[in-house]
Design a protein around this ligand. Structure first.
Ligand code: PDD
Length: 282
């Protein structure tokens, strides 16, 4: 039986209930993280939980936790659910209170919820590449916060689904931002381009790993904005996130990308990613 984390307690799934007026449910007033588990261990836990605490600060949510205490909770969840390979979802909301847009008085407890999923690495997709579409970025202007408000992301992802694509790469007025749940990259003449980290994108942890790899391997990594036209003329297109790691996009809006195969830079990143799995798991 899988267990769910509710406010520091591990409870059976059937007992994992949240109050009807929890602000996460009513307002999307909360933040979350999604972490990867490889061989029973948590990948880049420190980076993920630092980002969670940053998201909390940005929405003025007092979280009574540290990177270490969150890592301990996540480890307990992985152990109790015997996750070998998979993921951990962890969210914190501003707690439950009578519906009022104003923050409740500070003595209410935030609600913490976490669960795990078991699944392997996406080797087939990494080999073959995936299809993506482009769509307008209609999200709010604080996409750097990993907030529970994901309606824009959900609508973009559903748009991709309609075209049998795995991801929607978004743009604001023709400037590529990121995928519905991933960071996006264009490779041109051996240089990787990706949107700079500001309020328009999430500072992805996988993006940070890619940046480390580029430094190790002397691959030019340019954090510069680029246009939709540039993306369409790229030699390779990559998307990345905690679940799919480094993924080549071989078809965009129905058109072949480059020669239609997963490109050499994408493959190099995929290979080098294993080194970080070996060294960044706790
Ligand atoms: N999402 N951008 C957006 C909008 C995302 O939702 C995600 C990840 C990323 C990549 O971040 P990271 O490399 O840290 O996973 C970028 C996770 C997987 C999710 O919502 O489940």
């Amino acid at each position: 039986m899988t267990k769910v984390l509710i406010n520091e307690q591990l409870v059976e799934e059937k007992d994992a209930t949240i109050q009807y007026n929890d602000r996460g449910f009513v307002f999307g007033d909360g933040i979350y993280e999604y972490l990867r588990v490889y061989n029973n261990k948590i990948f880049t836990a420190q980076e993920h939980f630092e980002r969670l605490l940053r998201s909390a600060r940005e929405i003025q949510l007092d979280v009574n936790h540290t990177v270490d205490s969150l890592t301990e909770l996540a480890k307990e969840l992985v152990a109790v659910n015997k996750v070998v390979n998979g993921g951990i979802y962890l969210q914190i909301t501003r707690g439950s209170a009578p519906r009022d847009h104003r923050f409740p008085s500070p003595d209410i407890q935030p609600t913490l919820m976490g669960f795990t999923k078991s699944y392997g690495r996406p080797f087939k997709e990494m080999d073959q590449g995936i299809y993506a579409v482009t769509t307008e970025d209609i999200r709010w202007l604080r996409c750097d916060i990993k907030s529970l408000n994901l309606l824009g992301n959900v609508l973009a992802r559903e748009y991709a689904e309609k075209y049998n694509a795995s991801e929607a790469i978004q743009h604001r007025d023709g400037i590529v931002t990121e995928g519905s749940a991933s960071n996006a990259y264009a490779v041109k003449d051996g240089v990787i381009y990706t949107h700079p980290t500001n309020n328009y994108i999430l500072n992805g942890i996988t993006r940070q790993v890619i940046k480390w790899i580029c430094k190790d391997e002397n691959i030019p990594f340019k954090e510069e904005t680029f246009s939709l036209e540039f993306l369409k003329s790229a030699d390779e297109i990559i998307i990345s996130n905690t679940s799919i790691e480094v993924m080549g996009v071989t078809k965009l809006d129905g058109e072949q990308v480059g020669d239609g195969q997963v490109g050499p830079i994408t493959k190099q990143l995929q290979t080098c990613f294993n080194h970080y799995i070996d060294t960044k798991c706790v």
